[in-house]
Design a binder for this molecule. Structure first.
Ligand code: PLZ
Length: 425
């Protein structure tokens, strides 16, 4: 096998520069909680391929289910010749998402595609144009989802013009909005919507219950429920983007549950597929079924291999109770992060839920973001054998997304590496 250095040289001449990587190393194999490169170097995995391999890499049930499906048939297109596993995945989405009302679901390939379809459905069902999104939001890289995404660099810079009828309103970000309460932050957002958009024009309000790329921002309690109540009153569709937070990541099947909200539509992807690309939109039957036959779809949406993987991933989550595993991870990791934050004036806060946890770096004594130190800490972790990511509008958040099956010893080693990296001058 060629070395990482050799592959990297070929990459520079073959792969577009716009697609970049965190590690300069090339993967040979990966397992429950670690990633190994072609040179035999190993990293503890606190990234899960950006919150995807919650059941671990090559989880036994996923491998077995995909192999079995691979041998039966690989692709017929659900819109041409349908198959049972697609229906089963939709049944699982209906059963697992909050809300006991009648639901329908549809499957797609990526998170961005799911969000686009949720917007299509909401616009079609309401006959309204406007979509409301939030500061620090991330919803994807396609033209519509770039417009929904807040951060210009690197996601939007020089990629416009963007889709119209997208309106951005203030988020609840307790560290950065003076500790505004959830209900007060909701009033601020709703006031902006009513003044600048008009409730009657809003097709959908799209929000991540805990923001991912934007900085692992956990809104103050009461924010999401107040927005959901407003949407209900205004006849707007409340869409929870649970692409990063869903499927046990935050310690329950969906993060909406922590706030007791029942979104009209939920978008899912990432952890759902156990490593294979699959996404879904699930929600109120009257909204989903408003769309005419043939109005939703795509060649690969709910591909049989991806459906087999998703069913096996859900089974694994149930069998191993990975929601409980995420809560256990929170119990092991959050106190350690909080301890670091308490002792380091350059760390403003440790926060998050379940196995979606973060540290936000600032210049000591201020709330000024410190992306330079954040990047240096992440790099020191990589050099010491821990694969970890940053995020945030200001690039100043170190985020932890371990596979939910990671063992406590690997977690402890990962935390030691973070402590050492943070302690460096
Ligand atoms: N909605 C909440 O987190 C994907 C993006 C990585 P796709 N987040 C990782 C990057 O830099 O491209 C995401 C998300 C939320 C939507 C998406 C989009 O999902 O599967 O990447 O299209």
């Amino acid at each position: 096998m060629p070395s990482s250095g050799e592959v990297h040289k070929r990459r520079l001449a073959a792969v577009a520069r716009g697609v970049s990587s965190v590690l300069p190393a090339y993967v040979e194999s990966a397992a429950g909680g670690s990633v190994r490169d072609v040179d035999g170097r190993e990293w503890i995995d606190f990234a899960s391929g950006i919150a995807v391999t919650s059941v671990g890499n090559s989880a036994p049930r996923v491998v077995e289910a995909v192999r079995e499906q691979l041998e039966r048939f690989t692709h017929t297109c659900f819109m041409v010749a349908p198959y049972e596993s697609y229906v089963s995945v939709c049944e699982q989405l209906i059963a697992l998402t909050p809300g006991s009302f009648e639901k329908r679901a549809a499957l797609f390939n990526s998170g961005a595609e799911a969000v686009e379809n949720a917007v299509k459905i909401a616009r079609h069902a309401t006959g309204r144009p406007a979509v409301v999104v939030f500061d620090h939001a991330y919803h994807g890289r396609t033209n519509l989802t770039m417009a929904l995404t807040a951060k210009a660099m690197p996601y939007k810079h020089r990629f416009g013009p963007f889709a119209p009828e997208i309106y951005r309103v203030p988020m609840s970000y307790p560290l950065r909005d003076g500790g505004l309460s959830g209900p007060d932050a909701a009033i601020r957002a709703i006031d902006t919507i009513e003044k600048q958009v008009g409730g009657a024009n809003v097709a959908a309000l799209v929000i991540e219950p805990i923001q991912g790329e934007g900085g692992f921002v956990v809104p103050a309690p009461g924010f999401l429920s107040a927005l959901a109540a407003w949407a209900r009153g205004a006849g707007a569709v409340f869409v929870a983007d649970e692409i990063q937070t869903g499927f046990c990541r935050t310690g329950s099947w969906f993060a909406s549950e922590h706030e007791g909200i029942e979104p009209d539509l939920v978008t899912t992807a990432k952890g759902m597929g156990g490593g294979l690309p699959i996404a879904g939109v699930v929600g109120r039957a009257e909204l989903m079924d408003a769309v005419h036959a043939g109005g939703l779809g795509g060649t690969y949406g709910g591909n049989p291999l991806a459906c087999a993987a998703a069913l096996a991933a859900v089974e694994t989550m149930r069998e191993l109770d990975l929601a409980a595993a995420a809560r256990t991870l929170e119990g092991q990791v959050l106190p350690a992060l909080s301890d670091l934050a308490a002792r380091d004036p350059g760390i403003a806060e440790a926060r998050g839920r379940g196995a979606m946890l973060a540290l936000e770096f600032v210049r000591p004594g201020t709330l000024d973001p410190d992306p330079v130190r954040t990047a240096a800490v992440a790099r020191a972790c990589h050099d010491a054998g821990l694969l970890i990511l940053t995020c945030g509008t200001y690039g100043n958040v170190l985020r932890l997304l371990p596979p939910l099956v990671i063992g406590p010893a690997d977690v402890a080693r990962g935390l030691d590496i973070i402590r050492t990296a943070v302690a460096r001058p």
